[in-house]
Design a binder for this molecule. Sequence first.
Ligand code: HEC
Length: 112
Amino acid sequence: MKIIISLILAYLSFMAMSARAQQQVKIPEDISKLLTQYACLACHKADAKVIGPAYVDVAKKKYTNAQIVALIYNPKPANWPGYPPMSPMKNVPEKDALKIAAWINSLAKKRS
Ligand code: HEC
């Protein structure tokens, strides 16, 4: 009986561990390259607040990709009370900004 219980416990903790591993947001390599290149990662993480909000939380706002691109060029600090204002990142080419925006929005679907 004891053996069965410890087997069940081992199984449950294994399941809990793999569930946790799945929740961690992996940034795809091409996106990670862009976020590094444009220094976004200095202030943002995919799944945790740094200086700016976590991208999973940005995804919850349900912006369109185009709206996110516009916010990268012209941030609206009023959207994030309690955060310092983000400086406009007009150096990001629109095609790269769109890729980042689409990835941010993809985070909402995975987590909902
Ligand atoms: C110097 C720090 C800093 C850098 C660098 C930075 N951000 Fe931000 N970001 C912030 C902060 C702080 C906020 C919240 C306040 C605001 O929106 O002004 C924010 C907000 C955002 C939002 C949410 C906008 C909204 O109104 O909901 C997006 C999207 C975003 N950042 C994307 C990016 C991307 C993409 C990059 C890289 C090109 C980047 N950020 C670089 C600090 C930064």
